[in-house]
Design a protein around this ligand. Structure first.
Ligand code: ADP
Ligand code: NA
Length: 330
């Protein structure tokens, strides 16, 4: 295919995607299915690096995320949607890349430092340390040209590029050196209770809207969203992060521009804005939840779709792995 290739992944942490995952990442993945040769991966191997969930919970979360990705608009016929653990090539390539990574180089990864500090460094396994190397394997196996990532992933992508270049110069041209793809319109959604932080599955529930939340819960969380005291509906991320976040969410779900939302609510109170945001989120979340439930209610069909995705992924990954192993001398 002449279309540029993209690879991106999402961890099956938590029991549902949150709004920021959708507006900041997945919505773009859906758009990119057509202009790009797109590979999207539920990275379950990564989900046991920090506080491993119960096996049954991990298995269930992986299926929920996969179903939610399809409900969000990923079409298993227009992209390759697969589960990382279904492809043995990921850890197989990761081993080779681990042997190319300097200890100090891996040790400079700031996300490892943050996460190990949070979880108690002595309780964490070596997998948390080598996580960015497995991530490099995830990307390089597919010869991805672009990797749509958030700002938080820039350092890991830099390591991926370094490892690709190092492998190519030591063993001969094997891997495409990927570029970060930061979409122009990628929304960064903030925590509703603490607009100085990004919304995340790993933050308290009150500030996070899960796409699986029911209508009443969504309304309640938005009604209680932290705003400010000046009472003006205006987009100003530096001085009015809470209100700007609400405007951005409303704009994203209605397809209106930020300016159009500002104009629509000029002179009105925050209560009106919050009510309208709740309506636009619920209008998305309700059919989304229904479609997700439908997919989860038919396990055989979901298995079939994921096997189809794994086969598409394997067609590329196995070729890359053979070339890399051959180059190394295996
Ligand atoms: P979480 O913090 O919810 O666990 P993940 O680490 O699973 O998120 O990230 C999955 C994708 O969602 C990544 O591409 C990430 O950049 C994006 N993402 C996560 N939270 C937000 C947010 N609040 N705003 C925008 N994008 C986000
Ligand atoms: Na996370």
């Amino acid at each position: 295919s002449a279309r540029p290739r993209v690879l991106s992944g999402i961890q099956p942490t938590g029991d549902s995607m949150q709004l920021g995952n959708y507006l900041g990442a997945v919505k773009n993945w859906v758009t990119m299915q057509d202009g790009y040769d797109a590979y999207y991966c539920v990275v379950d191997l990564h989900a046991i690096t920090l506080d491993p969930p119960e096996p049954a919970a991990l298995r269930e979360r992986t299926r929920i995320v996969a179903a939610q990705l399809i409900a969000a608009g990923l079409d298993p016929d227009r992209c390759a949607l697969f589960v990382q653990s279904h492809l043995p090539e990921h850890p197989q390539l990761s081993w080779v890349l681990e042997c190319l990574t300097g200890f100090g180089e891996a040790n400079r990864m700031t996300q490892f430092k943050d996460k190990s500090a949070r979880g108690g460094a002595d309780r964490q396994g070596v997998g948390l340390f080598t996580y960015p190397i497995l991530q490099a394997a995830d990307i390089l196996l597919y010869q991805a040209d672009y990797v749509p990532v958030g700002e938080d992933q820039r350092q890991h992508l830099e390591l991926t590029r370094t490892l690709a270049q190092r492998f190519n110069s030591r063993y001969g041209q094997t891997f495409t050196v990927p570029d970060a793809y930061i979409p122009k319109a990628a929304a960064k959604i903030l925590d509703l209770q603490d607009p100085s932080a990004k919304m995340s599955k790993s933050r308290p529930d009150a500030g996070t809207i899960y796409l699986a939340d029911d209508a009443a819960t969504i309304s309640k969380k938005l009604k209680r969203a932290v705003t400010d005291l000046d009472g003006e509906i205006r987009f100003d991320e530096a001085h009015k992060p809470g209100v700007s976040n609400l405007i951005a969410i409303h704009a994203a779900f209605t397809g209106l521009s930020i300016e159009a939302v500002e104009a629509e609510f000029a002179g009105q109170g925050y209560g009106r804005l919050k009510g309208a945001v709740a309506e636009s989120v619920i209008a998305f979340a309700q059919p989304f939840a229904a479609r997700t439930a439908e997919l989860l209610d038919d396990p055989a069909e979901l298995d079939r779709l994921l096997a189809h995705g794994a086969a598409k992924a394997a067609a590329v990954a196995s070729v890359t792995l053979s070339r890399a192993y051959e180059a190394v001398g295996f």
